[in-house]
Write a protein that binds this ligand. Structure first.
Ligand code: UD1
Length: 420
């Protein structure tokens, strides 16, 4: 297992290119199941999760290849519509294949994702949505077995905003008979992006990016050639790293319109964030001020940035309250940040961060994707050496993070350690 060794205290300087969005690429790849012929996804980041999705689609008989930042996917007329436990357990987004499989191949067998480091993360809402569209669903030995000769339109009001549930129902509804309305839909940019891509395939989707999406089913869809949006969470993570190290960094390709809640909070902390021709420039003040942060569905502050801003709050003046409203157990990074000298107390969904002058390097353990990102941010700012273990978590969602950070002047190296 690899580890990242960071010698902290260097202000990050320079430009970093933001990769394509992981959370947009994964549903786009699942959408390739909806049409016969070769679809192409461009601007694809080189990530473990993308390779897992390719393996999953290949398991189903899809002809897939990755060349540079282009993924080609060709889903033939017959498929093996099964997503096995071995793949789904490593990546919850595997569950996105359920809707497309059901819509095009009339049946699907998809493993339940199982436990997850950041809370239970059930899929009940995905299933309720597909059942409303006429799918028959059984849970058998850890698998969802679904059948539908022909899905039909329905009005689905989600009890809770769910990104994956919205995307699954959205994809299924494109080929259903009649009109589907999703109420309390997720409005994340990745949902809007998926709708854009589906419309390019010939679907009729309106309202994506709002809480109400209307989909008129069509008879068939065509393959697509589509470049995905930049990754707003990768951009936010580099923004946090720039702020924590008192740096001056240009996030090349970052889209301000997708980062408004994040930029607002960092500005409140004192950071100077300016749009520039190539993206966003971030500069930090000498001392950061504490703020309170509460996560919320888009356009609120993203849960996927909660851990990284917490690392910055550990270095701010004053006391900041962080409230995690999306996931019930997303504070795994707290105990590791405390090992670096942060003063954080957790009470249920609220974490109280008392900022200090500095953090001190230590060995820490990555526990999930964004938790590991926060440890890298903290390690870059800390005095001395921080070793982040179990880096595979970070490789799921960040493309060559150490190379990008080296380009910004960080002292960071990946160490391949055997037998850990
Ligand atoms: C997606 C993102 C993830 C992000 C999350 C919230 C992808 C690949 N992943 O995950 O990075 O952290 O949105 O912005 O896009 N829930 C249920 N029942 C369901 C579905 C969800 O109770 O059937 C709950 C979850 O447990 C969670 C909340 O709803 O508490 C939001 O989850 P959801 O939006 O579905 O997250 P994902 O789509 O898994």
């Amino acid at each position: 297992m690899d580890r990242l060794v960071i010698r902290g205290g260097v202000p990050l300087q320079g430009e970093v290119r933001i990769s394509g969005s992981k959370n947009a690429v994964l549903p786009a790849m699942a959408a390739a199941l909806l049409a016969p012929g070769e679809s192409r996804v461009r601007n694809v980041p080189n990530l473990m999760d993308v390779r897992t999705m390719v393996r999953l689609l290949e398991h189903m008989g899809v002809v897939a290849s990755i060349e540079g930042d282009v993924v080609r996917l060709d889903a033939g007329p017959a498929a093996n519509p099964e997503a096995p436990y071995e793949l789904v357990k490593t990546m919850r987004a595997s569950f996105f294949v359920l809707g497309p499989l059901l819509a095009r191949y009339k049946r699907a067998r998809v493993s339940l994702p199982g436990g997850c480091a950041i809370g239970a993360r059930p899929v009940n809402l995905h299933l309720v949505g597909l059942q409303a569209m006429g799918a028959e669903i059984d849970l058998m030995q850890g698998y969802v077995e679904a059948r539908a000769d022909k899905l039909h339109g329905a009005t689905i009001a989600f009890d809770q905003v769910t990104v994956g549930g919205t995307e699954n129902v959205l994809m299924a509804a494109t080929l259903a008979a009649g009109t589907t309305v999703i109420e309390n839909a997720a409005a994340e940019p990745e949902v809007e992006e998926l709708a854009r891509l589906l419309n390019r395939m010939g679907a009729r989707v309106r309202g994506a990016g709002t809480r109400r999406i209307v989909i008129e089913g069509v008879g068939e869809l065509s393959p697509f050639d589509h470049a995905v949006i930049p990754d707003r969470i990768e951009a936010g993570t580099f923004l946090a790293a720039a702020v924590a190290t008192r740096g001056d960094v240009v996030l090349v390709g970052a889209a301000l319109e997708h980062l408004e809640a994040v930029v607002r909070k960092f500005r409140e902390m004192g950071a100077i964030v300016d749009p520039v021709a190539s993206g966003l420039r971030v500069r930090a003040p000498q001392r950061l001020e504490a703020v309170d942060v509460s996560t919320a569905p888009y356009p609120g502050f993203p849960t996927d940035m909660q851990a990284q801003i917490m690392a910055c709050l550990a270095l701010a003046r004053g006391r900041g309250l962080v409230t995690e409203t999306i996931f019930e157990n997303r504070y795994m990074h707290v105990f590791e940040l405390v090992r670096l000298g942060a003063d954080i107390a957790v009470d249920g969904r609220v974490a109280m961060v008392r900022g200090g002058e500095a953090l001190d390097g230590a060995p820490v353990m990555a526990t999930d994707l964004r938790a590991s990102a926060s440890l890298v941010v903290a390690g870059l700012a800390a005095r001395g050496t921080t070793e982040v273990r179990r880096v595979y978590h970070i490789d799921r969602g960040y493309e060559r993070i150490e190379n990008k950070l080296l380009g910004l002047g960080a002292r960071i190296e990946r160490v391949h350690a055997d037998g850990e």
